[in-house]
Design a protein around this ligand. Structure first.
Ligand SMILES: Cc1ncc(COP(=O)(O)O)c(C=O)c1O
Length: 499
């Protein structure tokens, strides 16, 4: 076969021109329409049923069996949002959504994501997009200062420390565990040069509370190390003495304690482990202390809640999710490390195609995380910090806590109910006095009425209901309506069942 002439190639390329591709004017129309739709959706979210009523598999009959051969019109896509998507959406930003913990949402963060998706860079190294790395370093410093984190976590202190945006708190827990593993293996190798690395790893043991998030146990599984789950005290807090005892037992059994997780704001009941106590125990035993404040960490931007993070100076890494409670849309999990070199060294594979001339003068964040690729996530944090300002973010936190306390007082005013955990943040844990079964049935009724949505939890043998203040649109009237719903369901439950 002879070579193709350029005329032939042009013809071939002509045939490969995309047909009816969205052009710039259509993009503007589509995007404007979407912004109108989104604004209308969010401003009127209260009017939607919070939990959908669809059955599994609802969507398949509503969509064609295969993707279209030729492009659809954007107007058709737009029309399908209300027709096929919204019936299957759980409205996490409805003031009537009280399940789990909040996930954040705000206009500045949404707009920042448009920009991030348009720049669409992959910021795995400094040179891959210098602004992506440099803005992340700076805004994590801003945020660290907002929380009054110790200087040695901050890049601006000129030491080794610094911050990074992970996708989730689960990733942060795993990354910290891997750093801890690298640090301890290096130390034990020095102390016991005769030991094989695999034998050292087989003897590593990490610690958490039985109230830690399930992602901590999972980090142990993913990291190939043993994690020991310790019992918290009667108030559900992990205490230093419990950790100390476990360490003693494990050292006596020939194991190497290497990692501990302290949770500030547990998922079940928003309880705070005794960080002040755990820190010195970890430091004295060369144990990497990771602090998981996924939800409650946002509250530390308010000075009055920082007593709950007392002892943070003893930690090696600290993490919280601005994407939970600080108005930055998912995903934005802020993590600080005092000495990231353990991660950088542990994860350092350096192929030629990723090398660059400036290596070492700014972080190459690929070494601080599990994946290679990373989005320009610092933009949304930057937009939120600038367009709200610290004072408004503090007001947002304080308002949610005040609303939770109002709900608590309503619960306390009805002697059929009891509060099961001190209300410190935007979560109220409560139950009807009586059996777990009657509370399970009560929750079914509450959710079945279709107005509000809550999930339960259980600590030990005690089943309880969780009312999390989640939406940034929540007002006192919403909380009172949610309480009315609980009371109405209780009236039904207790009349029907003759309590
Ligand atoms: C204390 C705690 N840690 C970790 C997580 C997991 O968060 P992520 O979804 O960011 O991994 C949660 C989730 O609610 C949590 O409450």
């Amino acid at each position: 076969m002879g070579e193709k002439r350029s005329g032939d190639i042009s013809k071939d390329l002509d045939n490969l021109k995309l047909t009816n591709e969205m052009d710039a004017p259509a993009f503007k129309d589509f995007a404007k329409e979407m912004i109108d739709y989104v604004t209308n959706y969010l401003e009127n979210i209260r009017d939607r049923r919070v939990l959908p009523t669809v059955e599994p598999g609802y969507l398949r009959p509503m969509l064609p069996a295969s993707a279209p051969q030729q492009p659809d019109q954007w107007q058709d896509v737009m029309a399908d949002i209300e027709r096929v998507i919204m019936p299957g959406v759980t409205h996490w930003h409805s003031p009537r959504f009280h399940a789990y913990f909040p996930t954040a949402n705000s206009y500045p963060a949404i707009v920042a994501d448009i920009l991030s998706d348009s720049i669409a860079c992959i910021g795995f190294s400094w040179i891959a997009s210098p602004a992506c790395t440099e803005l992340e370093v700076i805004v994590l410093d801003w945020l660290g200062k907002m929380l009054d984190l110790p200087q040695d976590f901050l890049a601006s202190s000129g030491g080794k420390g610094g911050g990074v945006i992970q996708g989730t708190a689960s990733e942060a827990t795993l990354v910290a565990l891997l750093g801890a593993k690298a640090r301890t293996v290096a130390r034990i190798k020095k102390e016991h040069p005769e030991m094989k690395e695999s034998d050292i790893i087989g003897k590593l043991v990490g610690y958490c509370s039985s109230q830690s998030h399930s992602s901590v146990e999972r980090a142990g599984l993913l990291g190939g190390v043993r994690m020991r789950s310790l019992l918290p005290d009667a108030g559900n807090k992990l205490q230093g003495a419990t950790l100390e005892q476990a360490i003693k037992e494990d050292i006596a059994a020939g194991l190497f304690p290497f990692y501990a997780v302290c949770t500030l704001g547990t998922t079940s009941s928003c309880t705070f482990d005794n960080l002040e106590d755990l820190g010195p125990v970890c430091n004295a035993n060369n144990i990497w202390l990771h602090v998981d404040a996924a939800y409650a960490g946002s509250a530390f931007i308010c000075p009055e809640y920082r007593y709950l993070m007392k002892g943070i100076d003893r930690a090696d890494s600290f993490n919280f999710n601005p994407h939970k409670w600080m108005l930055v849309n998912f995903d934005c999990s802020a993590m600080w490390l005092k000495d990231p070199t353990w991660l950088v060294n542990a994860f350092n594979v350096d192929p030629l195609y990723l090398k660059h001339d400036q290596q070492g003068s700014a972080p190459d964040y690929r070494h601080w995380q599990i994946p290679l690729g990373r989005r320009f996530r610092s933009l949304k944090l930057w937009f939120v910090l600038r367009l709200y300002g610290i004072e408004n973010l503090q007001k947002h936190i304080r308002k949610h806590i005040m609303l939770a306390k109002h709900f608590e007082s309503l619960v306390r005013s009805d002697d059929r109910f009891e509060i099961t955990q001190e209300v410190l943040m935007g979560l109220v844990c409560f139950r009807a006095k009586g059996s777990n079964e009657s509370n399970e049935s009560l929750l079914k009724k509450i959710n079945g009425r279709g107005v509000i949505h809550m999930v339960p939890s259980k600590i030990g043998d005690c089943y309880f209901l969780r009312m999390a203040v989640c939406s940034k649109y929540t007002e006192i009237e919403d909380i009172e309506l949610s309480w009315k719903e609980v009371k109405a369901a209780a009236d039904e439950e207790f009349t029907t069942n003759g309590h």
